[in-house]
Design a protein. Sequence first.
Length: 133
Amino acid sequence: MTKVITYGTFDVLHRGHINLLKRAKALGDELFVGLSSDEFNIGKNKTSVLPYDDRKCVLESLYFVDFVFKEEEWDQKIPDVIKYGIDIFVIGDDWKGHFDFLKPHCEVIYLPRTPGVSTSLLKEKVITMGGRT
């Protein structure tokens, strides 16, 4: 059984997230998602529209996500890979090279992002529209 892991905030779930998660799942039998906690996001100077529990609920409803757990710090990745018996770590290619330190523990794959879509762009559009849809 091949286990795959990825991490992220997954705020305002969009097509890019879905594409990444589906491609990650296609690489193995089980997909584990480390979901950034609200506190961790604050430490990264990020804000989420949705709180952790709501983002977790959305991810858990996706048929291709098998397990969601809390990401609380940058340094938990090696312990997570070992704890869950992970074979493949997957993340967007905008992080290329940043997670190569995991290579002694699992395969590391950087997947291309979906062009033209991002959480930041969506948030900016909503702010520009003044909250109108």
